[in-house]
Design a protein around this ligand. Structure first.
Ligand code: NAP
Ligand code: MG
Length: 506
């Protein structure tokens, strides 16, 4: 056996029986409660990023399959047990999905680690657990989505009595397009609130990571959802994704991914005047204040960028350090980076895992080269690790400044750009000097700093003494070119319901 196939069988032996069985055959798409092949008969391969080897074949949906799925979702929305189901019955179904994810959590974590590359233990504790919590939290909403009674005083009919109220109704058939960085978690963030609101769904997972979405589809069938309520069509963005965005029978598109594709989707959706919500890229600042507890801020800033190999939309990718702490912080970050073990995610001791694909590997390595050429100092990492798999060392670029490409563009890898500052007003300006506005963190022990600086930061989430903490109760979304609409919390219901005003003349 050569080294690559040796590696491949070692990784497969790290899988439990259920995960191994799931990948032992080609996987189909879920349309109208049935597992079916693409009408074209085409398939594509999903790869293990730790080895580059094929995991299994996946049915490749295109416009014709999207059309079938949308028709099934439309029929389920208009005329099925789902359309007349009581809120409490919807709640029970959502709770059942949460329970089933929990019962199959180890298998899902293994599939996620295999398909995305990430650490299996972290996938279990974060991706899978947060997916469970998301379904549980959203399961609480169906019986609590209410309209208002309106005190009317119609001026041109003062002697007539009217009764006014609002209904909050589901928006209808929803198209959902998600990325590969948190595959199951993104399914949960998208599906749970849409289902809580009474919508029906066609979801397209990312081509790189379809496995857990398809396993979730099985669990949704097992939970007892009526046929056609949830349809899952794997395929490519420019075919399946574009067809979903353009389809006349889709009422709303919810997208998470790059700003570039977000703009394409918003423009395409305008043709049919679809309601659109976009959760896009970021270049989030982490600001260490002069009074910060550096024992907290240094490991915090490292994990803000290295978690999930930096493939996080709100990763703390620009770090601002005051002059007086610059050397100590750089030294601490370099030490931190050197302790992170690099290797496949199926071994939970490995804290830096492969990037999701060869494309991402090349993209990130190219940015590191650009950074070097533009004059950044590489004080940790900077290289690809190994020749198989898509591993990149945790990388710290020091002495960066606002005009560098690596500071301006989203890299989506384990690459931190450090900038120094010496004045608080200056650092707020520097932090906001980006087209993005998704997240930001402030590291300080001074409550005055928190009260004064938080309102000046142009970002949808501001963390204090932490970063990347997302909770299902806390709305999440972007300012500026990081998108619009808020996921999670009660605000997400705004995305999946609309208001109908009713006026009754007595
Ligand atoms: P992407 O192209 O934005 O992909 C996200 C999703 O959109 C995928 O399901 C993709 O399908 C689909 N898609 C692509 N083109 C489409 C189109 N014309 N119409 C409809 N859907 C379309 O992101 P990527 O290529 O995976 O990654 C590129 C960069 O995006 C990353 O380096 C990173 O900067 C950024 N990104 C951001 C986030 C985030 O959470 N903010 C997540 C992932 C990536 P496929 O299956 O064909 O990819
Ligand atoms: Mg894969």
């Amino acid at each position: 056996m050569d080294a690559a196939s040796d590696n491949k069988s070692a990784l497969k032996s790290a899988l439990g029986d259920k995960a191994r069985q799931f990948i032992s055959r080609p996987r189909q798409m879920l349309i109208n409660g049935q597992w079916v092949e693409a009408l074209s008969g085409k398939t594509f391969q999903t790869l293990d990023p730790a080895t580059g080897s094929v995991i299994t074949e996946i049915s490749e949906g295109d416009a014709a399959d999207i059309d079938r799925a949308v028709k099934a979702a439309r029929a389920a929305y208009e005329d099925s047990p789902w359309a007349t189901m009581t809120p409490s019955a919807r709640e029970r179904l959502l709770h059942r999905v949460a329970d089933l994810i929990e019962e199959n959590a180890d298998e899902l974590a293994e599939l996620e680690a295999l398909d995305n590359g990430k650490n299996k233990a972290i996938a279990r504790a974060v991706d899978i657990q947060v997916a469970i919590e998301t379904f549980r939290y959203m399961a609480g909403w169906p019986s609590k989505i209410t309209g208002d009674v309106l005190p009317l005083s119609v001026p041109f009919a003062p002697d007539q009595k009217f009764f006014g109220y609002t209904l909050r109704e589901p928006v209808g058939v929803v198209g959902q397009i998600i990325p590969w960085n948190f595959p199951l978690l993104m399914c949960a963030w998208k599906m749970a609130p849409a289902l809580a609101s009474g919508c029906t769904i066609v979801l397209k997972p990312a081509e790189e990571t379809p496995l857990t979405a398809l396993r979730l589809g099985e669990l949704i069938c097992e939970a007892g959802f009526p046929d056609g309520v949830v349809n899952i069509v794997p395929g490519f963005g420019h075919t399946a994704g574009a067809a979903l965005t353009a389809h006349e029978e889709v009422d709303k598109i919810a997208f998470t991914g790059s700003t570039e594709v977000g703009k394409i989707i918003a423009k395409a959706a305008a043709d049919t005047m679809k309601n659109v919500s976009l959760e896009l890229g970021g270049k989030s600042p982490a600001i260490i204040m002069p009074d910060a507890d550096l024992d907290v801020a240094i490991p915090g800033a490292a994990s803000a960028i290295f978690f999930n190999q930096g493939q996080v939309c709100c990763a703390g990718s620009r770090l601002f350090v005051p002059d007086q702490h610059y050397d100590r912080v750089l030294e601490g970050l370099a030490d931190n980076a050197s302790t992170l073990r690099i290797g496949p995610g199926l071994d939970p001791e490995n804290m830096i895992n492969p990037l999701v694909s060869e494309t991402q590997l090349n993209r990130v390595m190219n940015y590191i080269d650009i950074g070097r050429r533009e004059g950044a100092s590489v004080i940790a990492g900077g290289r690809r690790r190994g020749e198989t798999g898509y591993f990149v060392e945790p990388t710290i670029l020091a002495d960066t400044h606002r005009d560098m490409t690596v500071v301006r563009e989203e890299i989506f890898g384990p690459v931190l750009c450090v900038q120094r500052y010496n004045d608080v007003n200056e650092v707020i300006r520097m932090a906001n000097d980006t087209i993005y506005g998704l997240g930001a963190s402030l590291w300080t022990r001074d409550v005055g700093n928190i009260i004064n600086i938080v309102p000046k930061i142009k970002a949808g989430t501001v963390w204090v003494n932490c970063h990347n903490i997302l909770d299902v109760a806390m709305p999440f979304g972007g300012f500026k070119q990081s998108g619009y609409g808020r996921e999670l919390g009660k605000e997400v219901l705004e995305l999946y319901t609309h208001t109908k005003s009713v006026c009754i003349m007595a």
